[in-house]
Structures are given as structure tokens and as C-alpha cells.
Ligand binder design. Structure first.
Ligand code: SF4
Length: 357
């Protein structure tokens, strides 16, 4: 996959927009084994040169990443507590998640698996898949597997077919959910052969990560339409990001565009606490107020057959799992050395701290 990994290979207008501070920070990333700078030519072409441009902000390394954050966690979802094999996470009874690769079509600066991605883990091997298949064999309660990463679509169709076949050999009824951002960042990856591959492995759903309505380029709209016309359900997950999509107009436009294209918005995620991402965090109370406004804006559409408004959710930091966010799940607040936290209730009433700001 073609990636831009140096400033000088960006489109000239973007390269000229990089400040001396940004350049020095980017050049220092590899020295400290941080999350690399990489973006696809397609995604870079959607960005404007202004530092606050919502597309540019998502891929351009920001010196604020180096600032300390008292709440940062190397494993913000607590996946290590639910690891069934080195690649398989089994946290919820009827579904599991497979980390297929540490590569993506560019690196989002707010990535929740930032530490894993910086390790540049290659695509899963046969030796790594074998224990996964053994586990699936002995856990028939797992009905669905999320094929995640990184981005599994950075692998070839042949590798993906091998993987899908392996998973189905362990459990022929297994539903597949393929998590990707490439229909947005590299739509030329979505060929008719690839769509044919997805069709052969039904029941299969694609979960596409989309954050801003400007990400719907003509090419992305074309391939997403081709996927839905092939009968493959497309779910959309969005991360709520300060300075990118933290306003009603942007999110309303995003979710309406999803509906127009036959896509199903299913999650709006509060940011996970990965290191170097705090400058993207929308304060929880502000996120809740924004979501209430969205409910007002998008409720008429909820009366229609296609849902438009996704669930506002967070992965409780440190392995508590996903919960839907609402005022009711905040059980109180506390001052901690790094700042104020809210205590969020999981479904069993257990409390988990999440920063207030
Ligand atoms: S697409 Fe997902 S896994 Fe890949 S860099 Fe972005 S947030 Fe991380």
C-alpha cells in the first residue's frame, strides 16, 4: 500500500503548511519509537493546509502528543486482561476480537491501539492462528468475531481468504465483522474482486471508521455504494474528536450522509485514554450535551426505518468494557492527582474513573 511517510512527499500545499515545530517533532518520532507518521495519498488529498483543518488534524503529528497525561494508559481498553491467545481478545460472551496486524492505511494520531501500532506487528501467521482456531473450537458460544488490527485490509485478498477460511473451519456458523478505515483512506483497495471475497463469506459485516463528512470523497462514496449494493451490511463507527467533529452540525451532516449511502451509524465513541491523545479529548459533560442536541436534531429520522443516530459509548478504561453514556451512568466525581475524574457505572454497578476534562 502506498503511504506518504515524509513531509516532503505530501502534496506541496500541505508540505508548505508544516511548521518548524511540527517538522522537528515528526523527525523525532522514529528516534523515540513513537507512532509513525503515515498517510495515504488519497486521505492527504482531502486535507486543507490550515492547522485546524479536521482532516489534517487526524494524521499530522502534533507536538502536544509528547505532553504528559496523568490518565494515559498503554492498554486503554484493558485488552491484556481478556487475552485468550496472543492475538485473540475474548471479553464479551458471544463475540471475540482478533488483532490481525499492526499496520493501517496511515496512522490516526488519536489511535486507541497506539502502543500496539507503534510495534509494527505483521499480519497474523499460521502459528499464531492455530491457537485462535483451537480456542474457537472449544468456545462455541462465540457467535461473531471482529477482525481488527490495525487494518486487516492492508493484507492481500489471498491472506484474508486464508484467514476467513480458517475461522469458518473452526466454527462454520461464525459471523465475521471486518473493521477497516480503507474505504475512506484508500478507496482503491476496494476492488470488485475484494467485494466478491466478502460476499463469499456471508454472514459478514464491514465496520468502517468515519469521523467527518468531508471523508466521503467521490471515490469513497462509489466503493461504499458498491459494497452495500452487493448486499454487505456496512456499520459506521465514529470517534468524538476535539477540533474535528465536536459540534452538532458536523455530526448531523456525517450521520445523514451515512443514511443517504445506506450505511448504519452504530457507535459514537468517547476517546480512549491512549498516550499522546489528550488534546483530542472532548470533556465528558460536553460530549453528553452534544449528544442531547443530536437526539433533538436526528430524532425525526429515528421514526424512519433506517437508524441514523449511533449509540454514544465509551470503553471503560482498563478493561471494564463498553457502556452507553448518559448522565445516569455518572455516579459521582473525585479529585485525583492528575485532575478531576467522573466515576462511571458499568452494568454490574462497578465504578470506573474517567477524566472529567
Ligand atoms: S484506523 Fe483505527 S487502528 Fe488504524 S490508526 Fe486509525 S484508529 Fe488506529
Amino acid at each position: 500500500m502506498k503511504l506518504i511517510t515524509t513531509i516532503d512527499n505530501l502534496p506541496p500545499v500541505l508540505a508548505a503548511s508544516v511548521s518548524a515545530e511540527e517538522r522537528a517533532y515528526i523527525e523525532g518520532i522514529s528516534a523515540c519509537n513513537g507512532l509513525p507518521f503515515a498517510v495515504t495519498p488519497h486521505f492527504a488529498s482531502l486535507a486543507g493546509p490550515e492547522p485546524e483543518d479536521p482532516i489534517r488534524r487526524q494524521f499530522m503529528p502534533d507536538p502536544r502528543e509528547a505532553q504528559g497525561d496523568a490518565f494515559a494508559l498503554n492498554d486503554p481498553l484493558g485488552e491484556s486482561y481478556h487475552r485468550a491467545t496472543p492475538r485473540l481478545i475474548h471479553q464479551y460472551r458471544d463475540r471475540a476480537l482478533l488483532k490481525t496486524t499492526g499496520f493501517c492505511g496511515g496512522f490516526c494520531r488519536f489511535c486507541f491501539r497506539r502502543v500496539w501500532m507503534a510495534e509494527k506487528t505483521p499480519f497474523i501467521t499460521a502459528a499464531e492462528l492455530d491457537p485462535v482456531l483451537d480456542y474457537l473450537n472449544t468456545h462455541p458460544e462465540i457467535r461473531e468475531i471482529l477482525i481488527s488490527g490495525g487494518d486487516p485490509l492492508t493484507a492481500s485478498d489471498e491472506r484474508l481468504e486464508w484467514l476467513f477460511q480458517g475461522l469458518r473451519s473452526a466454527n462454520p456458523a461464525l459471523s465475521l465483522r471486518v473493521c477497516t478505515r480503507l474505504p475512506i483512506t484508500a478507496p482503491d483497495r476496494i476492488t470488485s474482486e475484494f467485494i466478491g471475497l466478502l460476499r463469499r463469506f456471508s454472514p459478514l459485516r464491514l465496520a468502517v471508521h468515519i469521523n467527518h463528512p468531508r471523508e466521503f470523497s467521490a471515490e469513497s462514496r462509489r466503493v461504499l455504494t458498491a459494497i452495500t449494493e452487493a448486499g454487505i451490511p456496512v456499520l459506521v463507527q465514529t470517534v468524538l474528536l476535539k477540533g474535528v467533529n465536536d459540534d452538532t452540525e458536523t455530526l448531523t451532516a456525517l450521520f445523514r450522509k451515512c443514511r443517504d449511502l445506506g450505511l448504519i451509524p452504530y457507535y459514537l465513541f468517547q476517546l480512549d485514554l491512549a498516550p499522546g491523545t489528550a488534546h483530542f479529548r472532548v470533556p465528558l459533560k460536553q460530549g453528553l450535551a452534544l449528544y442531547r442536541e443530536l437526539q433533538g436534531t436526528l430524532v425525526p429520522a429515528l421514526m424512519e426505518t433506517d437508524p441514523v443516530l449511533p449509540a454514544y459509548a465509551v470503553d471503560l478504561p482498563g478493561g471494564g468494557g463498553k457502556i452507553r453514556l448518559s448522565q445516569d451512568c455518572i455516579a459521582g466525581g473525585k479529585n485525583r492527582p492528575g485532575g478531576r475524574v467522573y466515576l462511571l457505572k458499568d452494568k454490574n454497578g462497578k465504578l470506573w474513573p474517567y477524566p472529567a476534562d
